[in-house]
Design a protein around this ligand. Structure first.
Ligand SMILES: [Zn+2]
Ligand SMILES: [Zn+2]
Length: 259
């Protein structure tokens, strides 16, 4: 099965509406998609997240697309930022609609934006930022607030890497992921970024497989034309690392299906 569980709409930093993504997904032969626009943050409005008042519009758009394309399962998801102290808000969000899944993401370390621009990384202690990122990502995994964790090694986006072997950090992070029973996303978005590499790296994904961590797939499309893009490469990577199944979600219940 080919499932793309990560895409954004014009309510946030994407373009188009769920129906536009569905149309392209059908053309590309995908079996299922999931919309995962950026959830509002607890107490701050941004130009890249939905406003709380947008949630009803977003859910309405997904429901309309479901009616318009009955031949394509379209899941109702959200990409939700994990920020310290966000737990109460994320649980509140979870109770608002019958979501199919939550993708957990770390985009911010305090005020530091991980993936906004290479400029932001100038003068940073790269090793420390990577450590900080994975500490928060591991907490997100252990929070049990999410069904899958998006773009796991996001700090590599600008091809800026730590100076030492990160394997022990990955090991600890994936141990927590595995115990929490959460999935991780294989994201083709990295191929369109300066790092030119799928998130996560092959070494990370091999370790994830050893820990029996299940996977989802995402393009992180911000334009409809990117739905399912480079999934051939993402599937090859998953198979190389030993995966033959992926997960789909329905009302936050997980089901494993053949890759
Ligand atoms: Zn993201
Ligand atoms: Zn995204």
């Amino acid at each position: 099965m080919r499932l793309d569980y990560h895409m954004h709409t014009r309510l946030t930093d994407g373009t188009g509406e769920p129906r536009d993504y569905a149309r392209v997904a059908l053309e590309r032969g995908l079996d299922e998609i999931g919309c995962s626009d950026h959830a509002p943050l607890a107490n701050r409005e941004t130009d890249w997240t939905m406003k709380k008042a947008d949630l009803a519009t977003y859910v309405g758009w997904v429901r309309e697309a479901q009616r318009e394309f009955p031949q394509l399962p379209i899941k109702l998801g959200l990409e939700v930022d994990y920020l310290p102290g966000c737990e109460v808000w994320v649980r509140e969000l979870a109770a608002m609609h019958s979501w199919d899944y939550f993708l957990g993401s770390v985009h911010y370390l305090g005020d530091f934006p991980v993936d906004r621009s290479a400029e932001d990384w100038k003068g940073q202690d790269v090793d420390a930022r990577w450590h900080e990122y994975f500490a928060l990502w591991t907490k997100a995994a252990g929070s049990c607030l999410f069904d899958s964790l998006a773009h796991p090694d996001l700090p590599k986006k600008f091809d800026i890497h730590p100076q030492f072997d990160f394997t022990p950090v990955y090991h600890e992070a994936l141990r927590v992921v595995s115990e929490a029973g959460v999935a991780i996303e294989i994201s083709s978005a990295g191929l369109r970024k300066p790092c030119r590499e799928i998130y996560p790296s092959e070494s990370f994904l091999r370790l994830a497989r050893e820990f029996k961590v299940p996977i989802t797939f995402g393009s992180d499309a911000h334009i409809p034309q990117d739905v399912g893009i480079d999934f051939d490469k993402a599937v090859v990577l998953a198979r190389q690392c030993g995966y033959d199944k992926l997960c789909r979600f329905t009302q936050r219940r997980r089901e494993l299906v053949r890759l």
